[in-house]
Design a protein. Structure first.
Length: 56
């Protein structure tokens, strides 16, 4: 598996965990190996896509 594909899979896992669980993003970052900043950005993106966060 190449690095880009590995990162994409980790991000997909993080997004699914953000959507389906109440696990804090810091813990998700540790488990997936992503940075806290990347998980936070994915969380904001996920909220916008689901309509839970207003666009600015």
């Amino acid at each position: 598996m190449c690095m880009e594909e590995d990162t994409r899979v980790r991000e997909e896992i993080a997004v699914r965990m953000l959507k389906e669980t109440l696990i804090p993003s810091a813990q998700i970052a540790r488990w997936t190996g992503l940075s806290r900043e990347r998980v936070h950005a994915l969380a904001l993106q996920t909220k916008r896509l689901e309509g839970r966060w207003p666009e600015r």
